[in-house]
Write a protein that binds this ligand. Structure first.
Ligand code: SF4
Length: 327
């Protein structure tokens, strides 16, 4: 008899690994899927999946995620700019869409009832399922016994008696399970603490961009943690490198905007991006901001070059004058 196939959301956190192990133990054929955005990205995700013998598909979803989730989540945001309930629902829905193509019968996640105050309480779990559009076909193996029976359980594809009843924020049960499956707990198995949408500082920056910028400017999101950011016009930004490494990263995005560099005086690189990136008034302001981070004394004459051709001579000013543009 053909084995039942199921798609599991794989974040790289311990709970998601355990959810795979619980179902694999029951003979379910699992396929992992990781939806990639620059806000929550784990470069080592494929290695982690390999380590735990999980077949993994990585699907980039940035554009759709911003438009469909981040801009106006049905269930709102958590403490920062994190729309966790809508985010989970989106991923479950996307996984559900892959079911016919991958020949899978249901979707599962490593969610644990009561583990997160905003998204993993009874209301949050119910809402995720409702918004995902695959009601009945979403299984949470780690808390299944505390939740209504799902289709996979009713149809006998999985044995409910061998699923779990983990609840709350304590990690003891997960630690015991890890031992049973021979999983060594190390920092790489931390839960989604790395999501930039939960970061009090960076999430403000993301919020500012998401509200103002157009689809074609989404290219700057990979730079969201790089450099100092300034909003120099309603939908135009400036990024200035803080060190040599960041300058190199910024340089790689030259084709996505206008690159600025000081001539004759050591200083950082800058990148203007967005609608008014070619506007002379914006160039003037950006050159002044860049100059304020160059070496030298206030009042020194500097020259700033732009990658789209022209250049400007300016005097170095106190960078505090530009703090109101910083985001
Ligand atoms: S922490 Fe980030 S990645 Fe995780 S559910 Fe919330 S918004 Fe989505």
């Amino acid at each position: 008899m053909a084995r039942i196939k199921a798609i599991g959301l794989f974040s790289g956190g311990l709970d998601s690994v355990l959810a795979f192990k619980v179902l694999q133990e029951q003979g379910v054929e699992t396929i992992g899927v990781h939806f990639f955005t620059p806000f929550y990205s784990r470069p080592e995700i494929k290695d982690l999946a390999k380590k735990f013998k999980i077949d993994l598909i990585v699907v980039p979803v940035l554009d759709e995620y911003i438009e469909g989730v981040l801009k106006s989540p049905v269930c709102g945001y958590g403490k920062n700019f994190n729309p966790c309930i809508d985010c989970h629902a989106f991923m479950v829905r996307k996984a559900g869409e892959l079911m016919p193509e991958l020949g899978a019968e249901f979707v599962f996640t490593g969610e644990v009832l009561g583990e997160r105050p905003f998204s993993q309480n009874s209301y949050g779990l119910r809402k995720v399922e409702e918004l995902s559009g695959i009601q009945g076909y979403l299984l949470r193996p780690l808390s299944a016994k505390l939740l209504p029976e799902t289709v996979p359980e009713r149809k006998g594809w999985v044995d409910r008696a061998r699923l779990l009843d983990i609840k709350g924020r304590g990690r003891q049960r997960q630690i015991e399970l890890s031992k049973r499956y021979g999983i060594a707990i190390d920092p790489s198995l931390q839960p989604a603490g790395g999501c930039l949408l939960t970061d009090p500082f960076i999430s403000k920056r993301i919020r500012a961009y998401v509200r103002r910028f157009h689809r074609q400017d989404l290219v700057i999101y990979p730079l969201i943690k790089t450099g100092r950011h300034f909003l120099v016009a309603e939908d135009t930004g400036l990024i200035i490198g803080r060190n040599r490494f960041e300058n190199e990263v910024i340089k790689r995005y030259k084709s996505k905007g206008v690159l600025l560099e000081s001539v004759g005086v050591p200083g950082p690189l800058g990148l203007i991006f967005g609608k008014a990136a070619q506007d002379p008034a914006v160039h003037g302001l950006c050159a002044r901001i860049l100059a304020s981070y160059c070496k030298g004394q206030y009042g020194d004459d500097l020259f700033v070059n732009f990658s789209d051709g022209d250049g400007l001579g300016i005097k170095k000013e106190d960078r505090k004058r530009f703090s109101r543009y910083a985001i």
